[in-house]
Design a binder for this molecule. Structure first.
Ligand SMILES: Cc1cc2nc3c(=O)[nH]c(=O)nc-3n(C[C@H](O)[C@H](O)[C@H](O)COP(=O)(O)O)c2cc1C
Length: 141
């Protein structure tokens, strides 16, 4: 039986907070990629991560690179960033090369030093949770 999974990579814990909120909505424990989770048969893989100097964390890129394409039916990107301009483009490209469709992506307001301080706040996190839930509901056939 397949199920949904949530993984995250984080530098300043925003992605952890978001992943845990989504996890509570689905009753799933999210996994930090540093704990090297093994991804078996998965319906939707939620990938939560920030943007640093325009790119994703190298550890997260490596993790996605090592995914077994046949095990994941689709991925959803939950992207935490200060500028809210750029998604997890490198992650998307690795997934597509593996034949894992990217179902959708949401940019969640993060912060960087004094830029957008206080984000992600409760509203940002609720928005990400609602997005994840609506995708999962839409994916149920
Ligand atoms: C070193 C560093 C570089 C960052 N560079 C960018 C960037 O290029 N673009 C952007 O939109 N946000 C940038 N940010 C903001 C982060 O993407 C944002 O705070 C995100 O929520 C961090 O997620 P995390 O707490 O899970 O690590 C940067 C943050 C840090 C700490």
């Amino acid at each position: 039986m397949s199920e949904n999974r949530i993984i995250y990579g984080t530098k300043t814990r925003h992605s952890k907070k978001i992943a845990e909120a989504i996890g509570r909505a689905f009753n799933i424990i999210p996994c930090n990629i540093n704990s090297e989770p093994v991804i078996k048969e998965t319906d939707i893989l939620f990938i939560v991560g920030g943007i640093y100097g325009g790119n994703s964390l190298p550890e997260l890129l490596k993790f996605v690179h090592n995914l077994e394409g046949n095990n994941v039916r689709g991925a959803v990107l939950i992207t935490s960033c200060a500028a809210k301009k750029q998604g997890q483009d490198s992650i998307r490209s690795i997934l597509e090369d593996k034949g894992i469709p990217v179902i959708d992506e949401i940019l969640c307001q993060g912060s960087f030093l004094f830029m957008k301080m206080g984000h992600p706040n409760k509203t940002d996190i609720t928005e990400a949770v609602n997005f994840a839930v609506s995708i999962a509901q839409g994916a149920i056939k």
